[in-house]
Design a protein around this ligand. Structure first.
Ligand code: HEM
Ligand code: FES
Length: 507
């Protein structure tokens, strides 16, 4: 398996580098496969809604209504029919490359099992929706697809041959059965949508819309394809009285069908069950990586302004994923080791890199201790510095209201202001932190705590008057004992760290 993964990685890395060189990494579709699959779903849904408006869900009307749509209004109905089909094909392609890419880069172990397993369920659902779609035009291909797939289903002991009775004779296919097939074509895609949503729930800051240039080129390609090779019905209306002798298959959805004709049906079930079981087992193999047995490390992030955040890193998780999961505003762009935006300095600890493009992290920078957060995974506790990050302390500070209980001029231009918190409230802070006074229009003014942290029932500020300062002017001219003050805090990370010793204080 490792060999297969390395081979696939080689292909992906070469293909991605070629695309990056030609068009830039921001619009490399290989970095947006999941998002593109999402977008194609919306194209399928929108074009499908139009088709549904003109589709008549009766056995006798289905074929003729689709024909009228395709030829009577080819410029919209015909084009949308083709767009619907080609977007569905494209979705299978992007979904399967997305699967291959996650497999190649070993992106399915540990906590990622959730996305992987829901992905496996999505494959089934997408295929069943697509195959169901091929039944609706009620042409000769629909006849082949419907008869072959229901024969296959009938092999299952729970059906025991009852399904095929519906297709033995033209009179057995009733309008109600046909309506059921049509309604399935709404219900199944809705399930796909639900599962797609579930699928990305555990991916931190998952993007579900591709960049605009990709959207535009996809739409143009689909319309051009629709005009160049319109999707048409095959061989006239279905006729259950005669067997289908030959059809052209859509290999994206119907690749299994030749096997269904050539092999014993039980063997095709066995193949599908084994394939699914293999995919389902992958994230839990080798067993040492089973869920719950994952190691966890600590990640300390220093920001450019001296801020510091401490968070949990799961084994197999990249530094970027951990940071985003904890709500840190880390800089990133491609998330695939191509743009270099997420570069950080490793101050302490060791990381391993999953494959990245050299151009994003040249060897000399790597030797100097630089790493790409989107590719670096921890081998133990790690301390990093991120230049493009402001305020590493991530959780929003609480907003409090206090009352001015003391004012004393310490010098001509410095006022000591004592703000008392309501009965029983405390503000837990560290020496070196500050609060933001909230002005009426939402503006903020920052002041350091001037009292020691153990006296935390009140906030002492030493306010220096600033010429024309809105808040400081207010303090010196209009503030009275008993006034209320709103502020947020504690904020800031310019505090004493016991990580580095010795410490020299310079005053
Ligand atoms: C309808 C089909 C699918 C859609 C729309 C879809 C969409 C997405 C999106 C938007 C993401 C987040 C960003 C990314 O990595 O691209 C994602 C992640 C992922 N998907 Fe899919 N996906 C689909 C099918 C699949 C399939 C078939 C598999 C594999 C069996 C799969 C496995 C994964 C994995 C492992 C992740 C990464 C989770 C992580 O990084 O923590 N997906 N998918
Ligand atoms: S985000 Fe582009 S290299 Fe990491």
């Amino acid at each position: 398996m490792k060999r297969l993964q390395r081979l696939l990685q080689w292909f992906f890395m070469r293909g991605e580098a070629l695309f990056n060189a030609a068009f830039g990494e921001r619009i490399n579709p290989l970095y947006h496969l999941g998002e593109i699959s999402f977008f194609l779903f919306w194209v399928i849904a929108a074009s499908g809604l139009y088709l549904y408006a003109f589709f008549e869900t009766g056995v006798t009307e289905a074929y003729s209504s689709i024909e009228a749509l395709t030829h009577g209004q080819w410029f919209i109905g015909g084009v949308l029919r083709s767009v619907h089909r080609y977007a569905s094909d494209a979705m299978v392609v992007t979904m399967l490359i997305h699967l291959l890419r996650h497999f190649a880069f070993d992106h399915f172990h540990g906590f990622r099992w959730f996305s992987w397993i829901t992905g496996v369920a999505l494959i089934w659902l997408v295929y069943v929706s697509g195959i169901n779609g091929y039944m609706l035009p009620w042409d000769r291909l629909a006849q082949f697809v419907i008869v072959t797939s229901f024969e296959w289903l009938d092999w299952l002991p729970s059906f025991g041959g009852t399904l095929m009775r519906n297709f033995i004779h033209a009179n057995s296919v009733g309008d109600r059965f046909f309506s059921l097939l049509s309604f399935m074509h709404i219900g199944l895609p809705l399930l796909v949508l639900l599962l797609m949503w579930v699928h990305v729930q555990r991916v931190p800051k998952a993007r579900t819309t591709p960049p605009r240039p990709i959207v535009a080129s996809l739409l143009v390609t689909l319309v051009l394809l629709a005009l160049a090779r319109p999707a048409l019905s095959q061989g006239g209306a279905a006729d259950l009285g005669t067997a289908v002798a030959s059809v052209r298959l859509d290999w994206f959805y119907l690749a299994l069908f030749p096997l269904l004709v050539a092999w014993p049906l039980g063997q095709v079930w066995a193949l599908m069950a084994a394939g699914t079981a293999l995919l389902v087992a992958l994230p839990f193999w080798p067993p040492r990586l089973r869920r719950g047995q994952q190691r966890e490390y600590q990640l300390v992030v220093h920001s450019a302004d001296g801020g510091q955040a401490q968070l949990r890193l799961r084994e197999g998780e990249t530094l970027l994923e951990a940071g985003l999961r904890e709500g840190l505003a880390l800089p990133y762009e491609c998330r695939n080791g191509a743009c270099g935006v997420c570069m950080c300095s490793i101050e302490h600890g060791a990381v391993t890199h999953r494959p990245y493009q050299r151009i994003a992290l040249p060897d000399n920078l790597k030797d100097q201790g630089k790493a790409l957060m989107c590719c670096a995974m921890p081998l133990g506790d790690v301390v990093i510095e991120v230049e493009g990050l402001a305020h590493a302390g991530s959780a929003p500070a609480p907003v409090l209201t206090g009352r001015v209980v003391g004012m004393e001029r310490l010098a001509e231009e410095v006022m000591r202001v004592l703000i008392e918190l309501p009965e029983g409230q405390r503000i837990a802070f560290n020496a070196g932190q500050y609060i933001n006074i909230l002005l009426d229009d939402g503006e903020r003014r920052a002041f350091s705590f001037a009292n020691p942290p153990h006296e935390n029932g009140a906030v002492e500020l030493h306010v220096r008057r600033i010429p024309d300062g809105r808040f400081t002017g207010h303090v010196f001219e209009r503030m009275r004992l008993g006034d209320t003050v709103r502020f947020e805090g504690p904020l800031g990370n310019f505090t004493l760290s016991d990580r580095v010793r010795p410490i020299i204080f310079v005053a």
